[in-house]
Write a protein that binds this ligand. Structure first.
Ligand code: GDP
Ligand code: MG
Length: 594
Protein backbone atom coordinates (compact mmCIF):
# COMPACT_ATOMS: atom_id res chain seq x y z
CA UNK A 1 0.00 0.00 0.00
CA UNK A 2 1.35 3.44 -0.98
CA UNK A 3 0.61 5.87 1.85
CA UNK A 4 1.14 9.61 2.31
CA UNK A 5 0.28 11.37 5.54
CA UNK A 6 0.02 15.13 5.38
CA UNK A 7 -1.53 18.12 7.00
CA UNK A 8 -2.51 21.58 5.89
CA UNK A 9 -1.14 24.47 7.91
CA UNK A 10 -1.65 28.20 7.53
CA UNK A 11 -2.48 31.42 9.25
CA UNK A 12 -6.14 31.60 10.23
CA UNK A 13 -8.44 32.36 7.27
CA UNK A 14 -5.82 31.65 4.63
CA UNK A 15 -8.11 28.94 3.29
CA UNK A 16 -7.17 25.58 4.85
CA UNK A 17 -10.66 24.22 5.27
CA UNK A 18 -11.79 25.40 1.84
CA UNK A 19 -8.81 23.79 0.15
CA UNK A 20 -9.36 20.59 2.10
CA UNK A 21 -12.95 20.57 0.82
CA UNK A 22 -11.78 20.91 -2.79
CA UNK A 23 -9.39 18.00 -2.32
CA UNK A 24 -12.14 15.86 -0.79
CA UNK A 25 -14.45 16.74 -3.61
CA UNK A 26 -11.84 15.94 -6.24
CA UNK A 27 -11.19 12.54 -4.71
CA UNK A 28 -14.89 11.74 -4.44
CA UNK A 29 -14.96 11.71 -0.65
CA UNK A 30 -17.98 14.00 -0.51
CA UNK A 31 -21.35 12.70 -1.59
CA UNK A 32 -23.59 15.30 -3.23
CA UNK A 33 -25.77 15.17 -0.17
CA UNK A 34 -23.20 16.37 2.33
CA UNK A 35 -21.54 18.83 0.03
CA UNK A 36 -21.47 21.72 2.39
CA UNK A 37 -18.70 24.17 2.87
CA UNK A 38 -15.95 23.19 5.26
CA UNK A 39 -16.83 19.54 5.70
CA UNK A 40 -14.00 18.96 8.13
CA UNK A 41 -15.19 21.63 10.57
CA UNK A 42 -17.74 19.50 12.35
CA UNK A 43 -18.62 21.27 15.57
CA UNK A 44 -21.44 23.71 14.97
CA UNK A 45 -19.32 26.43 16.53
CA UNK A 46 -16.41 25.72 14.23
CA UNK A 47 -18.65 26.21 11.27
CA UNK A 48 -20.08 29.45 12.58
CA UNK A 49 -16.85 31.00 13.65
CA UNK A 50 -15.01 29.65 10.65
CA UNK A 51 -12.29 28.18 12.81
CA UNK A 52 -11.11 24.63 13.34
CA UNK A 53 -10.95 23.37 16.91
CA UNK A 54 -10.45 19.65 16.44
CA UNK A 55 -7.96 18.01 14.09
CA UNK A 56 -10.15 15.97 11.77
CA UNK A 57 -8.37 13.34 9.69
CA UNK A 58 -9.72 11.78 6.53
CA UNK A 59 -8.49 8.88 4.41
CA UNK A 60 -8.62 9.40 0.65
CA UNK A 61 -7.92 7.19 -2.34
CA UNK A 62 -5.93 8.87 -5.05
CA UNK A 63 -5.17 7.47 -8.50
CA UNK A 64 -2.34 9.26 -10.25
CA UNK A 65 -2.60 10.14 -13.95
CA UNK A 66 -0.22 7.20 -14.55
CA UNK A 67 -2.63 4.79 -12.83
CA UNK A 68 -0.72 4.23 -9.55
CA UNK A 69 -2.96 4.24 -6.50
CA UNK A 70 -2.28 5.90 -3.17
CA UNK A 71 -3.91 6.26 0.23
CA UNK A 72 -3.69 9.88 1.39
CA UNK A 73 -4.38 10.71 5.02
CA UNK A 74 -5.22 14.39 5.31
CA UNK A 75 -5.30 15.96 8.76
CA UNK A 76 -6.88 19.39 9.15
CA UNK A 77 -5.34 21.20 12.12
CA UNK A 78 -6.62 23.91 14.42
CA UNK A 79 -5.00 27.19 13.40
CA UNK A 80 -5.36 29.21 16.60
CA UNK A 81 -2.53 29.80 19.09
CA UNK A 82 -4.60 28.37 21.94
CA UNK A 83 -4.32 24.99 20.26
CA UNK A 84 -0.64 25.02 19.24
CA UNK A 85 0.13 21.86 21.18
CA UNK A 86 -2.64 20.04 19.29
CA UNK A 87 -1.20 21.37 16.03
CA UNK A 88 2.24 20.07 16.91
CA UNK A 89 0.80 16.60 17.72
CA UNK A 90 -1.14 16.51 14.47
CA UNK A 91 2.04 17.39 12.62
CA UNK A 92 3.87 14.57 14.36
CA UNK A 93 1.37 12.23 12.70
CA UNK A 94 2.53 13.33 9.23
CA UNK A 95 5.57 13.26 6.96
CA UNK A 96 4.71 16.48 5.21
CA UNK A 97 2.54 19.58 5.10
CA UNK A 98 0.92 21.89 2.64
CA UNK A 99 1.87 25.34 3.89
CA UNK A 100 -0.78 27.74 2.65
CA UNK A 101 -0.29 31.46 2.22
CA UNK A 102 -3.06 33.80 1.13
CA UNK A 103 -1.82 35.46 -2.08
CA UNK A 104 -3.34 38.79 -1.08
CA UNK A 105 -2.08 38.79 2.54
CA UNK A 106 1.31 37.17 2.34
CA UNK A 107 3.15 35.61 5.27
CA UNK A 108 1.47 36.25 8.66
CA UNK A 109 2.46 35.55 12.27
CA UNK A 110 0.90 32.10 12.37
CA UNK A 111 2.33 31.20 8.95
CA UNK A 112 5.77 31.55 10.49
CA UNK A 113 4.97 29.77 13.75
CA UNK A 114 3.28 26.86 11.95
CA UNK A 115 6.09 26.59 9.42
CA UNK A 116 8.60 26.36 12.26
CA UNK A 117 6.51 23.69 13.98
CA UNK A 118 6.69 21.69 10.73
CA UNK A 119 10.43 22.29 10.34
CA UNK A 120 11.01 21.22 13.97
CA UNK A 121 9.14 17.97 13.23
CA UNK A 122 11.39 17.40 10.17
CA UNK A 123 8.47 17.52 7.78
CA UNK A 124 8.59 18.09 4.05
CA UNK A 125 6.98 21.44 3.30
CA UNK A 126 5.00 21.90 0.09
CA UNK A 127 4.39 25.66 -0.21
CA UNK A 128 1.04 26.65 -1.69
CA UNK A 129 0.12 30.22 -2.56
CA UNK A 130 -3.66 30.15 -2.19
CA UNK A 131 -6.57 32.41 -3.22
CA UNK A 132 -4.88 33.46 -6.45
CA UNK A 133 -8.37 34.15 -7.84
CA UNK A 134 -8.60 37.28 -5.68
CA UNK A 135 -8.21 40.57 -7.56
CA UNK A 136 -5.67 41.75 -4.95
CA UNK A 137 -3.61 38.57 -5.26
CA UNK A 138 0.16 38.87 -5.68
CA UNK A 139 1.24 35.23 -5.97
CA UNK A 140 4.89 35.93 -6.88
CA UNK A 141 5.15 38.39 -3.98
CA UNK A 142 3.74 35.87 -1.50
CA UNK A 143 6.09 33.13 -2.76
CA UNK A 144 9.04 35.49 -2.41
CA UNK A 145 8.01 36.27 1.19
CA UNK A 146 8.05 32.54 1.97
CA UNK A 147 11.60 32.45 0.68
CA UNK A 148 12.71 35.61 2.49
CA UNK A 149 11.13 34.84 5.85
CA UNK A 150 11.19 31.06 6.13
CA UNK A 151 13.77 30.07 3.52
CA UNK A 152 11.46 28.01 1.33
CA UNK A 153 12.54 28.44 -2.33
CA UNK A 154 9.99 30.65 -4.11
CA UNK A 155 10.04 28.45 -7.21
CA UNK A 156 8.73 25.47 -5.18
CA UNK A 157 5.41 27.20 -4.57
CA UNK A 158 2.24 25.92 -6.22
CA UNK A 159 -0.27 28.61 -7.15
CA UNK A 160 -3.80 27.59 -6.23
CA UNK A 161 -7.31 28.61 -5.33
CA UNK A 162 -9.40 26.49 -3.01
CA UNK A 163 -12.37 28.47 -4.16
CA UNK A 164 -12.14 27.99 -7.93
CA UNK A 165 -10.18 24.72 -7.85
CA UNK A 166 -7.06 26.00 -9.63
CA UNK A 167 -3.95 23.99 -8.80
CA UNK A 168 -5.62 21.07 -7.00
CA UNK A 169 -4.17 18.50 -9.44
CA UNK A 170 -0.68 19.94 -8.97
CA UNK A 171 -1.08 19.83 -5.21
CA UNK A 172 -2.07 16.15 -5.25
CA UNK A 173 0.88 15.25 -7.46
CA UNK A 174 3.23 17.24 -5.20
CA UNK A 175 1.90 15.38 -2.13
CA UNK A 176 2.80 12.06 -3.75
CA UNK A 177 6.11 13.16 -5.25
CA UNK A 178 7.57 15.45 -2.62
CA UNK A 179 6.28 14.01 0.66
CA UNK A 180 8.08 10.82 1.67
CA UNK A 181 6.22 7.59 2.45
CA UNK A 182 5.88 6.81 6.19
CA UNK A 183 8.68 4.75 7.71
CA UNK A 184 8.14 2.04 10.35
CA UNK A 185 8.17 -1.70 10.84
CA UNK A 186 4.78 -3.45 11.24
CA UNK A 187 6.51 -6.28 13.17
CA UNK A 188 8.17 -4.01 15.76
CA UNK A 189 6.68 -3.41 19.24
CA UNK A 190 3.67 -1.09 18.95
CA UNK A 191 4.27 2.65 19.15
CA UNK A 192 1.27 4.82 18.25
CA UNK A 193 0.88 8.54 18.91
CA UNK A 194 -2.47 9.95 20.08
CA UNK A 195 -2.97 13.24 18.24
CA UNK A 196 -6.62 13.94 19.08
CA UNK A 197 -9.66 12.33 20.68
CA UNK A 198 -13.33 12.76 21.34
CA UNK A 199 -15.83 11.23 23.71
CA UNK A 200 -18.54 8.98 22.40
CA UNK A 201 -21.38 8.06 24.75
CA UNK A 202 -21.44 4.42 23.58
CA UNK A 203 -17.84 3.55 22.81
CA UNK A 204 -16.04 5.78 25.27
CA UNK A 205 -13.09 7.89 24.19
CA UNK A 206 -12.23 7.50 20.51
CA UNK A 207 -8.50 8.02 20.08
CA UNK A 208 -7.08 9.41 16.83
CA UNK A 209 -3.73 7.73 16.32
CA UNK A 210 -0.78 7.57 14.04
CA UNK A 211 0.94 4.20 14.20
CA UNK A 212 4.70 4.78 14.11
CA UNK A 213 5.88 1.21 14.71
CA UNK A 214 4.15 -2.17 14.96
CA UNK A 215 0.50 -3.08 14.49
CA UNK A 216 -2.63 -2.65 16.62
CA UNK A 217 -5.68 -4.94 16.34
CA UNK A 218 -9.02 -5.39 18.06
CA UNK A 219 -8.69 -7.51 21.26
CA UNK A 220 -5.09 -6.38 21.85
CA UNK A 221 -4.29 -5.34 25.41
CA UNK A 222 -2.97 -1.82 24.96
CA UNK A 223 -1.17 0.38 27.46
CA UNK A 224 -0.76 4.16 27.70
CA UNK A 225 2.90 4.99 28.17
CA UNK A 226 2.55 8.05 30.40
CA UNK A 227 -0.44 7.13 32.54
CA UNK A 228 0.51 3.44 32.68
CA UNK A 229 -3.17 2.47 32.35
CA UNK A 230 -4.19 -0.45 30.16
CA UNK A 231 -7.33 -1.18 28.20
CA UNK A 232 -8.63 -3.92 25.92
CA UNK A 233 -8.98 -2.68 22.34
CA UNK A 234 -12.59 -2.98 21.14
CA UNK A 235 -12.26 -1.67 17.60
CA UNK A 236 -9.82 0.01 15.27
CA UNK A 237 -10.45 1.71 11.96
CA UNK A 238 -9.96 4.64 9.63
CA UNK A 239 -11.73 7.90 8.77
CA UNK A 240 -13.69 8.33 5.63
CA UNK A 241 -14.72 10.95 7.00
CA UNK A 242 -16.96 8.95 9.38
CA UNK A 243 -15.46 6.13 11.49
CA UNK A 244 -14.95 3.02 9.32
CA UNK A 245 -14.24 -0.20 11.25
CA UNK A 246 -11.18 -2.13 10.05
CA UNK A 247 -9.05 -5.14 11.00
CA UNK A 248 -5.84 -3.49 12.10
CA UNK A 249 -3.70 -0.38 11.85
CA UNK A 250 -0.05 -0.81 11.09
CA UNK A 251 3.11 1.28 11.03
CA UNK A 252 2.55 4.30 8.79
CA UNK A 253 -1.23 4.37 9.07
CA UNK A 254 -3.55 6.97 10.57
CA UNK A 255 -6.77 5.82 12.20
CA UNK A 256 -8.81 5.49 15.38
CA UNK A 257 -8.91 3.17 18.35
CA UNK A 258 -11.86 2.53 20.70
CA UNK A 259 -11.14 0.81 24.01
CA UNK A 260 -14.06 1.71 26.30
CA UNK A 261 -12.01 4.44 27.94
CA UNK A 262 -14.39 6.39 30.17
CA UNK A 263 -12.12 9.24 31.17
CA UNK A 264 -10.37 11.33 28.53
CA UNK A 265 -7.58 12.12 31.03
CA UNK A 266 -6.49 8.47 30.96
CA UNK A 267 -5.42 8.74 27.32
CA UNK A 268 -4.33 12.28 26.52
CA UNK A 269 -3.24 13.88 23.30
CA UNK A 270 0.52 13.39 22.91
CA UNK A 271 0.68 10.12 24.87
CA UNK A 272 2.00 6.94 23.24
CA UNK A 273 0.01 3.70 22.96
CA UNK A 274 1.90 0.45 23.16
CA UNK A 275 1.04 -3.18 23.84
CA UNK A 276 1.07 -4.44 27.41
CA UNK A 277 2.67 -7.75 26.46
CA UNK A 278 5.36 -6.27 24.22
CA UNK A 279 5.88 -2.61 25.09
CA UNK A 280 8.03 -0.21 23.12
CA UNK A 281 11.20 0.93 24.85
CA UNK A 282 10.75 4.57 23.98
CA UNK A 283 7.61 6.69 23.81
CA UNK A 284 7.09 9.41 21.25
CA UNK A 285 8.93 12.43 22.72
CA UNK A 286 7.53 15.77 23.85
CA UNK A 287 4.45 14.66 25.79
CA UNK A 288 2.86 17.48 27.85
CA UNK A 289 -0.30 16.85 29.79
CA UNK A 290 -2.91 19.45 28.89
CA UNK A 291 -2.43 22.43 31.16
CA UNK A 292 -4.81 25.35 31.39
CA UNK A 293 -3.12 28.76 31.49
CA UNK A 294 -6.07 31.14 31.71
CA UNK A 295 -8.65 31.00 34.50
CA UNK A 296 -11.97 32.60 35.08
CA UNK A 297 -14.99 32.15 37.36
CA UNK A 298 -18.27 31.00 35.84
CA UNK A 299 -21.44 31.59 37.85
CA UNK A 300 -25.05 30.95 36.95
CA UNK A 301 -27.04 34.20 36.88
CA UNK A 302 -29.83 32.23 38.44
CA UNK A 303 -28.51 30.47 41.56
CA UNK A 304 -30.95 27.61 41.00
CA UNK A 305 -29.00 26.63 37.90
CA UNK A 306 -25.88 25.67 39.85
CA UNK A 307 -26.50 21.96 39.53
CA UNK A 308 -27.33 22.26 35.84
CA UNK A 309 -24.08 24.16 35.30
CA UNK A 310 -22.10 21.48 37.10
CA UNK A 311 -23.61 18.75 34.95
CA UNK A 312 -22.86 20.70 31.78
CA UNK A 313 -19.24 21.30 32.86
CA UNK A 314 -18.83 17.60 33.58
CA UNK A 315 -20.09 16.73 30.12
CA UNK A 316 -17.82 19.23 28.41
CA UNK A 317 -14.84 18.00 30.36
CA UNK A 318 -15.42 14.47 29.08
CA UNK A 319 -14.58 15.77 25.64
CA UNK A 320 -11.82 18.18 26.49
CA UNK A 321 -8.82 17.15 28.57
CA UNK A 322 -7.49 20.72 28.57
CA UNK A 323 -10.51 22.19 30.32
CA UNK A 324 -10.65 22.10 34.13
CA UNK A 325 -13.10 23.29 36.75
CA UNK A 326 -13.54 23.26 40.48
CA UNK A 327 -16.26 24.65 42.69
CA UNK A 328 -15.66 28.10 44.12
CA UNK A 329 -17.72 30.39 46.27
CA UNK A 330 -17.81 34.11 45.89
CA UNK A 331 -19.35 36.36 48.49
CA UNK A 332 -20.74 38.47 45.70
CA UNK A 333 -21.76 35.84 43.18
CA UNK A 334 -22.58 32.85 45.33
CA UNK A 335 -21.77 29.32 44.15
CA UNK A 336 -19.95 28.82 40.88
CA UNK A 337 -16.84 27.28 39.36
CA UNK A 338 -13.28 28.35 38.76
CA UNK A 339 -12.48 27.16 35.23
CA UNK A 340 -9.17 26.69 33.45
CA UNK A 341 -8.60 27.15 29.71
CA UNK A 342 -5.81 27.00 27.12
CA UNK A 343 -6.38 30.64 26.18
CA UNK A 344 -9.04 33.28 25.66
CA UNK A 345 -10.52 31.70 22.54
CA UNK A 346 -10.83 28.38 24.35
CA UNK A 347 -12.58 30.19 27.23
CA UNK A 348 -14.99 31.90 24.86
CA UNK A 349 -15.77 28.65 23.08
CA UNK A 350 -16.55 26.81 26.32
CA UNK A 351 -18.73 29.65 27.58
CA UNK A 352 -20.59 29.85 24.30
CA UNK A 353 -21.21 26.11 24.27
CA UNK A 354 -22.52 26.20 27.84
CA UNK A 355 -24.98 28.93 26.94
CA UNK A 356 -26.01 27.49 23.63
CA UNK A 357 -25.98 23.73 24.08
CA UNK A 358 -26.99 23.70 27.73
CA UNK A 359 -29.17 26.77 27.78
CA UNK A 360 -27.45 28.45 30.73
CA UNK A 361 -27.13 32.13 31.56
CA UNK A 362 -23.70 32.78 32.97
CA UNK A 363 -21.67 35.48 34.61
CA UNK A 364 -17.99 35.17 33.74
CA UNK A 365 -15.34 36.98 35.75
CA UNK A 366 -12.25 38.59 34.22
CA UNK A 367 -9.64 36.07 33.02
CA UNK A 368 -6.49 35.65 35.08
CA UNK A 369 -3.15 33.87 34.73
CA UNK A 370 -1.38 31.69 37.30
CA UNK A 371 0.79 33.71 39.71
CA UNK A 372 3.58 32.27 41.79
CA UNK A 373 3.86 33.82 45.24
CA UNK A 374 6.66 33.58 47.76
CA UNK A 375 5.40 34.60 51.19
CA UNK A 376 7.39 36.31 53.91
CA UNK A 377 7.38 33.02 55.83
CA UNK A 378 9.15 31.32 52.90
CA UNK A 379 6.13 29.40 51.69
CA UNK A 380 5.64 29.28 47.89
CA UNK A 381 2.28 28.78 46.28
CA UNK A 382 0.55 29.27 42.97
CA UNK A 383 -2.82 30.85 42.48
CA UNK A 384 -4.85 32.13 39.58
CA UNK A 385 -7.53 33.60 41.76
CA UNK A 386 -7.14 37.24 42.82
CA UNK A 387 -9.63 36.55 45.61
CA UNK A 388 -7.07 34.14 47.14
CA UNK A 389 -4.23 36.66 47.23
CA UNK A 390 -2.85 37.22 50.73
CA UNK A 391 -2.46 40.79 51.98
CA UNK A 392 0.55 42.68 50.68
CA UNK A 393 2.55 42.58 53.90
CA UNK A 394 2.58 38.78 53.73
CA UNK A 395 4.00 38.61 50.19
CA UNK A 396 7.74 38.64 49.55
CA UNK A 397 7.82 38.08 45.79
CA UNK A 398 5.19 37.77 43.07
CA UNK A 399 6.10 36.11 39.79
CA UNK A 400 3.97 36.04 36.68
CA UNK A 401 4.11 34.11 33.37
CA UNK A 402 5.76 35.75 30.36
CA UNK A 403 5.23 35.06 26.69
CA UNK A 404 7.30 35.46 23.59
CA UNK A 405 4.99 37.42 21.34
CA UNK A 406 5.48 37.75 17.63
CA UNK A 407 3.56 40.38 15.70
CA UNK A 408 3.56 40.76 11.94
CA UNK A 409 2.41 44.10 10.53
CA UNK A 410 2.78 46.65 7.74
CA UNK A 411 5.66 49.02 8.39
CA UNK A 412 3.50 52.17 8.64
CA UNK A 413 1.87 50.89 11.85
CA UNK A 414 5.08 49.97 13.66
CA UNK A 415 5.22 53.14 15.78
CA UNK A 416 1.81 52.86 17.47
CA UNK A 417 2.16 49.09 17.90
CA UNK A 418 5.53 49.50 19.63
CA UNK A 419 3.94 52.08 21.88
CA UNK A 420 1.12 49.69 22.75
CA UNK A 421 3.64 46.95 23.52
CA UNK A 422 5.57 49.28 25.74
CA UNK A 423 2.41 50.24 27.66
CA UNK A 424 1.92 46.52 28.20
CA UNK A 425 5.39 46.20 29.73
CA UNK A 426 6.79 44.49 26.63
CA UNK A 427 10.53 44.30 25.98
CA UNK A 428 11.63 44.18 22.36
CA UNK A 429 13.83 41.26 21.33
CA UNK A 430 14.09 41.61 17.57
CA UNK A 431 12.63 43.44 14.63
CA UNK A 432 12.83 41.91 11.13
CA UNK A 433 11.88 43.54 7.87
CA UNK A 434 9.97 41.38 5.37
CA UNK A 435 9.49 43.53 2.28
CA UNK A 436 7.17 46.29 3.42
CA UNK A 437 6.23 44.48 6.56
CA UNK A 438 7.83 44.01 9.91
CA UNK A 439 8.03 41.13 12.34
CA UNK A 440 8.33 42.26 15.95
CA UNK A 441 9.37 39.84 18.66
CA UNK A 442 8.66 40.95 22.22
CA UNK A 443 8.70 39.44 25.67
CA UNK A 444 5.52 40.49 27.44
CA UNK A 445 3.72 39.50 30.66
CA UNK A 446 0.99 37.09 29.59
CA UNK A 447 -1.62 38.90 31.70
CA UNK A 448 -1.09 42.06 29.66
CA UNK A 449 -2.40 40.51 26.48
CA UNK A 450 -5.51 39.04 28.11
CA UNK A 451 -7.13 42.43 28.53
CA UNK A 452 -8.22 43.82 25.17
CA UNK A 453 -4.76 43.48 23.62
CA UNK A 454 -5.82 41.76 20.44
CA UNK A 455 -8.61 44.28 19.78
CA UNK A 456 -6.28 47.22 20.34
CA UNK A 457 -3.65 45.68 18.08
CA UNK A 458 -6.21 45.14 15.34
CA UNK A 459 -7.64 48.62 15.61
CA UNK A 460 -4.36 50.52 15.59
CA UNK A 461 -3.12 48.49 12.62
CA UNK A 462 -6.46 48.78 10.77
CA UNK A 463 -6.82 45.03 10.97
CA UNK A 464 -3.45 44.25 9.35
CA UNK A 465 -1.43 43.07 12.34
CA UNK A 466 -1.41 39.40 13.25
CA UNK A 467 0.06 37.80 16.33
CA UNK A 468 1.12 34.54 17.88
CA UNK A 469 2.75 33.67 21.20
CA UNK A 470 4.23 31.00 23.39
CA UNK A 471 4.69 30.94 27.16
CA UNK A 472 8.37 31.15 28.11
CA UNK A 473 8.43 31.12 31.92
CA UNK A 474 8.02 33.11 35.14
CA UNK A 475 9.45 36.50 36.06
CA UNK A 476 9.18 38.73 39.06
CA UNK A 477 6.82 41.70 38.80
CA UNK A 478 5.67 44.61 40.98
CA UNK A 479 2.08 43.51 41.06
CA UNK A 480 -0.77 44.64 43.25
CA UNK A 481 -4.33 43.55 43.82
CA UNK A 482 -7.00 46.10 43.06
CA UNK A 483 -10.24 45.53 44.98
CA UNK A 484 -13.57 46.88 43.83
CA UNK A 485 -16.31 48.06 46.18
CA UNK A 486 -19.92 48.60 45.18
CA UNK A 487 -22.00 50.51 47.70
CA UNK A 488 -19.20 50.09 50.29
CA UNK A 489 -19.25 46.31 49.90
CA UNK A 490 -16.20 44.54 48.52
CA UNK A 491 -17.00 42.49 45.42
CA UNK A 492 -14.46 39.68 45.62
CA UNK A 493 -15.13 38.44 42.09
CA UNK A 494 -14.13 41.78 40.60
CA UNK A 495 -10.64 41.93 42.09
CA UNK A 496 -7.81 42.06 39.56
CA UNK A 497 -4.03 41.73 39.73
CA UNK A 498 -2.12 44.43 37.86
CA UNK A 499 1.25 46.07 37.70
CA UNK A 500 1.67 48.89 40.21
CA UNK A 501 2.19 51.49 37.49
CA UNK A 502 -1.08 50.58 35.82
CA UNK A 503 -3.18 50.17 38.95
CA UNK A 504 -4.45 53.75 39.12
CA UNK A 505 -5.35 53.95 35.45
CA UNK A 506 -7.06 50.58 35.49
CA UNK A 507 -8.89 51.29 38.75
CA UNK A 508 -10.20 54.53 37.23
CA UNK A 509 -11.31 52.74 34.08
CA UNK A 510 -13.09 49.97 35.96
CA UNK A 511 -15.07 52.23 38.29
CA UNK A 512 -16.08 54.59 35.47
CA UNK A 513 -17.20 51.74 33.30
CA UNK A 514 -19.08 50.11 36.15
CA UNK A 515 -20.82 53.31 37.10
CA UNK A 516 -21.93 53.44 33.47
CA UNK A 517 -23.39 49.97 33.27
CA UNK A 518 -24.99 49.63 36.71
CA UNK A 519 -28.60 50.75 36.38
CA UNK A 520 -29.68 53.78 38.38
CA UNK A 521 -30.97 53.06 41.85
CA UNK A 522 -33.23 54.94 44.25
CA UNK A 523 -30.15 56.40 45.88
CA UNK A 524 -26.63 57.25 44.69
CA UNK A 525 -24.30 54.26 44.77
CA UNK A 526 -20.54 54.69 45.12
CA UNK A 527 -18.20 52.43 43.15
CA UNK A 528 -14.62 52.41 44.38
CA UNK A 529 -11.28 50.86 43.53
CA UNK A 530 -8.78 50.27 46.33
CA UNK A 531 -5.36 48.81 46.97
CA UNK A 532 -5.04 47.26 50.41
CA UNK A 533 -8.02 49.27 51.69
CA UNK A 534 -6.73 52.59 50.30
CA UNK A 535 -9.18 54.10 47.81
CA UNK A 536 -7.52 54.95 44.48
CA UNK A 537 -10.57 55.77 42.34
CA UNK A 538 -14.21 56.48 42.86
CA UNK A 539 -17.31 56.96 40.67
CA UNK A 540 -21.00 57.25 41.44
CA UNK A 541 -24.07 55.59 40.00
CA UNK A 542 -26.55 58.47 40.08
CA UNK A 543 -29.95 58.16 41.71
CA UNK A 544 -33.21 58.17 39.73
CA UNK A 545 -34.66 61.56 39.17
CA UNK A 546 -37.67 62.25 41.42
CA UNK A 547 -40.25 62.46 38.63
CA UNK A 548 -39.38 58.99 37.37
CA UNK A 549 -39.87 57.56 40.82
CA UNK A 550 -43.12 59.41 41.27
CA UNK A 551 -44.71 57.11 38.72
CA UNK A 552 -44.15 54.18 41.03
CA UNK A 553 -45.82 55.69 44.03
CA UNK A 554 -49.50 56.02 44.65
CA UNK A 555 -52.30 53.61 44.08
CA UNK A 556 -51.83 52.51 40.50
CA UNK A 557 -51.04 48.90 41.35
CA UNK A 558 -51.37 47.44 37.87
CA UNK A 559 -49.01 50.00 36.43
CA UNK A 560 -46.51 49.39 39.18
CA UNK A 561 -46.72 45.68 38.53
CA UNK A 562 -46.11 46.18 34.85
CA UNK A 563 -43.05 48.20 35.61
CA UNK A 564 -41.78 45.49 37.92
CA UNK A 565 -42.38 42.81 35.31
CA UNK A 566 -40.48 44.82 32.80
CA UNK A 567 -37.62 45.13 35.23
CA UNK A 568 -37.67 41.41 35.82
CA UNK A 569 -37.17 40.72 32.14
CA UNK A 570 -34.21 43.02 32.06
CA UNK A 571 -32.83 41.07 34.99
CA UNK A 572 -31.21 38.40 32.88
CA UNK A 573 -27.47 38.48 33.59
CA UNK A 574 -27.82 40.65 36.63
CA UNK A 575 -26.40 39.73 39.98
CA UNK A 576 -27.65 41.06 43.25
CA UNK A 577 -24.78 42.50 45.25
CA UNK A 578 -26.06 43.68 48.58
CA UNK A 579 -28.90 45.90 47.54
CA UNK A 580 -27.53 46.68 44.08
CA UNK A 581 -28.07 44.77 40.86
CA UNK A 582 -24.88 44.45 38.86
CA UNK A 583 -25.01 43.41 35.19
CA UNK A 584 -22.58 41.02 33.48
CA UNK A 585 -20.78 43.83 31.64
CA UNK A 586 -19.58 45.17 34.97
CA UNK A 587 -17.65 41.97 35.63
CA UNK A 588 -15.85 42.43 32.36
CA UNK A 589 -15.26 46.16 32.82
CA UNK A 590 -11.58 45.39 33.10
CA UNK A 591 -11.63 43.97 29.56
CA UNK A 592 -13.34 46.82 27.79
CA UNK A 593 -11.42 48.53 25.05
CA UNK A 594 -11.98 52.25 25.53
P1 GDP B 1 -9.09 28.53 7.32
O1 GDP B 1 -9.31 29.36 8.55
O2 GDP B 1 -7.64 28.54 6.94
O3 GDP B 1 -9.66 27.14 7.43
O4 GDP B 1 -9.83 29.29 6.12
P2 GDP B 1 -11.21 28.97 5.43
O5 GDP B 1 -11.10 27.84 4.48
O6 GDP B 1 -12.25 28.88 6.49
O7 GDP B 1 -11.39 30.29 4.54
C1 GDP B 1 -11.42 31.58 5.09
C2 GDP B 1 -12.16 32.53 4.17
O8 GDP B 1 -11.47 32.67 2.92
C3 GDP B 1 -13.55 32.05 3.82
O9 GDP B 1 -14.39 33.18 3.75
C4 GDP B 1 -13.39 31.42 2.44
O10 GDP B 1 -14.57 31.48 1.67
C5 GDP B 1 -12.31 32.29 1.83
N1 GDP B 1 -11.48 31.53 0.87
C6 GDP B 1 -10.88 30.34 1.09
N2 GDP B 1 -10.19 29.95 -0.01
C7 GDP B 1 -10.36 30.92 -0.95
C8 GDP B 1 -9.89 31.10 -2.29
O11 GDP B 1 -9.17 30.28 -2.86
N3 GDP B 1 -10.27 32.24 -2.92
C9 GDP B 1 -11.05 33.17 -2.33
N4 GDP B 1 -11.38 34.25 -3.04
N5 GDP B 1 -11.51 33.03 -1.08
C10 GDP B 1 -11.18 31.93 -0.38
MG1 MG C 1 -10.59 26.05 9.00
Amino acid sequence: MNVRNFSIIAHVDHGKSTLADRILEKLGAMGERDKRDQTLDTLELERERGITIKSTPIRLNYTRPNGDTYVLNLIDTPGHVDFNYEVSRSLAACEGVLLLVDASQGVEAQTIVNAYLAIDSNLEIVPVVNKIDLPAADPEGAAQELEDVIGIPAEDAIFASGKSGIGIDDILEAVVERIPPPPGDPQAPLKALIFDSFYDAYQGVILFVRVLEGTIRAKDEMMLYHTGKSFGVDKVGTFSPGLIVGQSLQAGEVGWVAASIKDIHDAQVGDTITLKGNPTQEPFPGFKPAQPVVFSGLYPTNTEEYRKLREALEKLKLNDAAFTFEPETSEALGFGFRCGFLGLLHAEIIQERLEREYDLDLIATAPAVVYRLTLTNGEVFETQNPAEFPTRDRIEVIEEPYIKLSVMLPEEHVGPVMQLLQERRGVMQTMNYVGKRVELIYEVPFAEILYDFHDRLKSISRGYASMDYEIIGYREGDLVKVDIYVNQEIVDALAVIVHEDRAYGLGRKIVDRMADVIPRQMWAVPVQAAIGGKIIARATVKAFRKDVLAKCYGGDISRKKKLLDKQKKGKARMKQIGTVEVPQEAFLAVLSTD
